[in-house]
Design a binder for this molecule. Sequence first.
Ligand SMILES: Nc1ncnc2c1ncn2[C@@H]1O[C@H](COP(=O)(O)OP(=O)(O)O)[C@@H](O)[C@H]1O
Ligand SMILES: [Mg+2]
Length: 219
Amino acid sequence: MPSDAVGGIRLTRVTFGYSSGADPVVDDLSVSVNPGESLALVGESGSGKSTLLYLMGLFLRPTSGELTVFGTNPWNYGDRYRSSLRSSRVGFVFQDACLDERRSILDNVLEPTLYRSTRSPSAADDAAKLLRDLGVTSPMTRRPTQLSGGQMQRVALARALAGEPVVVLADEPTGNLDLRTRQLVVDALFGHVKTGAILVIATHDLELAALSTQQVRIS
Ligand SMILES: Nc1ncnc2c1ncn2[C@@H]1O[C@H](COP(=O)(O)OP(=O)(O)O)[C@@H](O)[C@H]1O
Ligand SMILES: [Mg+2]
């Protein structure tokens, strides 16, 4: 059960540009998402969906406006505060998975639990179950390089969920998936929201977006 996330994630008139001369990628956007809710970011390729997820994941800092996570502006604190918030409460699923190729898929999924002071004795079994629930049936000792793109993506999702994060930020989580595995991913994501978590997805999948509490179209 994710711990308390009162205040959710809130963006107030947030603007962000990668360089000061160019037009901002995110322009004066206000949106909020509360615990037990999901938000879908939709828009054409290049519209800024991933950028918005990186802002919510605290990898990028708004150029102007305010972003708060659980009622606090994380940019008012140091790097250590933000990395601790990220590692303890946020599960980020990058579009290109970003798995550690030197480790087995099981160890990749266990990664978020490694730095916890208390690690459940059942962590490895739980990780294996997450992978099975997501339809990853390859031997757990395999390396990510031996998997397909769709399998890597599901390993990355299992890794994000293994830390029982109160916030899940997922970039195109159903890209490259067939209908059956897509449904497994949908069930895992929205099942997690039912436990009180916050889910934000960047997606081209309009059916997936329609399942979310809220949709924001960016252009
Ligand atoms: N690291 C970066 N540096 C400069 N521009 C970037 C960078 N990442 C993305 N962009 C630009 O920002 C815009 C939005 O990109 P992105 O957020 O990846 O869109 P989407 O995820 O909707 O496809 C694009 O014009 C892209 O070229
Ligand atoms: Mg993107």
